[in-house]
Design a protein around this ligand. Sequence first.
Ligand code: IMP
Length: 217
Amino acid sequence: MGPYIEISDTYAGYALSYFCVPKHYEEDLENILIPSGIIQDRIERLARDIFQDVKDEPLTTVCVLKGGYRFCTDLVDKITTLNRYHGSVSVPVNVDFIRLKSYENDSSTGDIQVIGGDNLKGLKGQNVLVVEDIIDTGRTMEKLLAILKENEPKTIRVASLLVKRRPGSTGYRPDYCGFEIPNKFVVGYALDYNEYFRDLNHICVINENGKKKYAVA
Ligand code: IMP
């Protein structure tokens, strides 16, 4: 895994009052762990690292829906900006999608299913970049990589915006990682809790009130 920003277990984040948070979530969040501006700055650097590693070869990004959609959009946007400004190097980018389901409330069900997306046969011979929001136990990514490898891509790399530090991890580490975070349930920037909070720009820690309010019975 390349360099990443490590957020310590004792880091208290920012109070909600310092930044703009939708009124409908004000009672449901503990703190702002990563403000949206820092997310963007970090993705800019990940885009540069990926651009330099891939160089002139075409890249097929596989966006893991739904949680990875914002990260994938911003990452691809930044790679294409580099394409525009670099006269001598360019990385043609394709975007594919895959939809998985593994979570209910705040814990992994352990039952990971592919429930939609592009035809994976098209990945044969491609340089694939899997774009994921968060690695928690690592089980989802290990299962997904096994499925993708059956389709014989030329190379597979993984970019995950977040990696959670938690007991019970499989030990899986992505090639590119934005931030390593404490073992807390985070929402925002397309990360959800039972489909809520995707419409929040910052990455925040959910509180007990939010977990209760949006729990699936
Ligand atoms: P894993 O299989 O335990 O690594 O789980 C990975 C998936 O769980 C991610 O793609 C997310 O969809 C979901 N997930 C894990 N932790 C969080 C979290 O803190 N917030 C939101 N979703 C999470």
